[in-house]
Design a protein around this ligand. Structure first.
Ligand SMILES: Nc1ncnc2c1ncn2[C@@H]1O[C@H](COP(=O)(O)OP(=O)(O)O[C@H]2O[C@H](CO)[C@@H](O)[C@H](O)[C@H]2O)[C@@H](O)[C@H]1O
Length: 485
């Protein structure tokens, strides 16, 4: 049986994005479609999403008279090659602020209802509520879609198999027990096998139990979340899933991230015309106000948070500068960390360039001009920026965690002499070991033949979705076979 997939996510690039989840939810369906699968993606019709639709034809395909306190409908449309179902529920989604937080940075107080509504709508679609579309696979992403497999399981629609993908176990969607009666789930769902989680309602927890298969975004992260340190309280449950927990690394959209055609780059380049990259580096120096010299520029494109180890980088900045390299730091997040980087810029105006903000085009210009990208994450389910770095000849320097360890080949002695290294891996995540890694990589940079070979190997690495999308398709097929047998 060919899989027909309903993908459910709270953010999808290019419609709305707060992080890597949106990239995956935007790119995986396209890769699956290339493999011949039918995929529709369900997401909330946030105010800016509706504003972005422009002239695209939109059809109402389902009316839901009361969905958590107001009327809702599903709108079918196409955007950026994606077949979309938008959950239009104005009382939940037509408001200012981001997908999860208000304009003043607080969680929307009714997030439980907003994302329960997403899960409920997904189960309705899986149950055949949209004429002409009967999925046999429901693929939910992260806690915001965590209740989709739960509603599905309790709806009795056993013909549809479900997967839940964990993009980040740190976000679990836990809410007070008082919301349970409002979820419309049977009483039996208030249990260890249901949504009950240490006396509260756990959206992710419920989904991890209810889904037929749980996946996460790299094999190493799939192992890490089985440990006490990495499991964030869910390791016991995940252990219980046995071989129903699978790690599949992410890819990136290699059309959007193509240095040969990238409209955002001052100079486009290829493996065979790598010297063109130098123009981007000069432009980057100018953009970040860095002194021009023949040493390397290490960059950051990241949420500036504890997860990403950005506080550790802030601690290491002075030593890194003392070793002769320059830094171009871009991102936003934790105010303290932003402040620490701005202060470092104050101390070393021409050695540390800092920009606070969010800008896709600038992310491309940085990856296309810097020599190396620093990713000192404390944990990293997969990571996408190291994949972009590989593709753009921006050598990744990463901590040995999660998907970072799975996608970069460390330039240790053996890897260097056998010509397989694509970057550098360090551990533990401390200022000292990060600094040591920077020094080690800067030494490699000073050996141009070796360095260029490493850049080229990175650029030749397959970071597309092709292989991973096939693995998801195989998983779907295996699940459907179980159903048939
Ligand atoms: N200031 C800025 N301006 C422009 N673009 C910026 C930016 N800061 C970050 N980005 C972009 O946002 C994305 C972030 O990707 P990450 O893999 O770091 O995801 P994140 O930690 O959000 O998500 C979680 O989900 C993803 C997807 O599964 C996992 O890879 C990851 O490990 C997990 O933590 C990248 O596309 C990056 O280029």
């Amino acid at each position: 049986m060919n899989p027909t997939v309903l993908a459910v996510a709270s953010e999808i690039y290019p419609l709305v994005k707060t992080g890597g989840l949106a990239d995956v939810a935007g790119a995986l369906p396209l890769a699956l479609t290339e493999l011949g699968l039918e995929v529709k993606s369900l997401m909330p019709a946030y105010r800016p999403v509706l504003a972005k639709l422009g002239d695209a034809p939109v059809a109402e395909v389902l009316a839901i008279p009361d969905l958590f306190g107001g009327p809702a409908r599903l709108l079918a449309t196409r955007q950026a090659g994606l077949d979309l179902l938008l959950l239009d529920a104005p009382h939940l989604f037509d408001r200012p602020g981001g997908p999860y937080i208000t304009e003043t940075g607080q969680d929307h107080p009714d997030n439980w209802a907003r994302f329960a509504a997403l899960g409920k709508a997904a189960a309705l679609v899986a149950g055949g509520a949209v004429e002409g579309f009967q999925p046999n696979i429901l693929h939910a992403h992260d806690w915001q879609a965590g209740l989709a497999p739960v509603y599905l399981a309790f709806s009795g629609a056993r013909r549809v198999k479900s997967l839940l993908t964990i993009h980040n176990l740190a976000f679990q969607g836990a809410f007070g027990a008082e919301i349970f009666p409002k979820l419309g789930l049977p009483r039996t769902a208030w249990s260890l096998e249901g949504v009950e989680y240490y006396g509260s309602v756990g959206f992710l927890k419920g989904g991890l139990h209810a889904a037929d298969v749980v996946t996460t975004v790299s094999p190493t992260y799939a192992e890490e979340i089985l440990t006490k340190e990495g499991g964030m309280g869910l390791d016991g449950l995940l252990h219980g899933r046995g071989d129903r927990l699978v790690g599949i690394v992410n890819g990136i959209d290699t059309e959007a991230w193509n240095p040969a055609t990238d409209p955002d780059l001052p100079a486009r380049f290829t493996i065979d015309a790598l010297n063109q990259r130098g123009l981007n580096k000069r432009a980057l120096e100018a953009e970040f106000g860095l002194a021009s010299d023949d040493g390397p520029i290490f960059c950051v494109v990241s949420r500036l948070t504890w997860q990403k180890g950005m506080d550790v980088l802030a601690e290491a900045v002075d030593d890194i500068v003392a070793s002769g390299v320059r830094l171009a730091i871009f991102g936003s997040g934790d105010r303290m960390i932003e402040g620490a980087f701005l202060a470092a810029h104050g101390r070393h105006p021409q050695r540390v360039g800092v920009k606070i903000g969010y800008d896709e085009a600038l992310a491309h210009r940085i990856q296309g001009g810097a020599d190396a990208i620093l990713i000192p994450s404390r944990f990293e389910p997969c990571g996408l920026t190291q994949l972009c770095g590989l593709r753009y000849g921006c050598v990744p320097v990463v901590s040995r965690v999660g998907g970072l360890a799975d996608t970069v080949i460390n330039a240790n002695y053996a890897a260097v002499i056998s010509n397989v290294a694509t970057g550098a891996i360090f551990a533990p995540v401390t200022a000292k070991s990060l600094h040591d890694a920077v020094v080690r990589v800067a030494e490699l940079y000073r050996q141009p033949a070796l360095w260029q070979a490493m850049q080229k190997r990175g650029m030749a690495t397959d970071v597309s979705w092709t292989a991973s999308a096939s693995r998801y398709a195989d998983l779907y097929r295996d699940l459907l076979k179980e159903e048939a047998s």
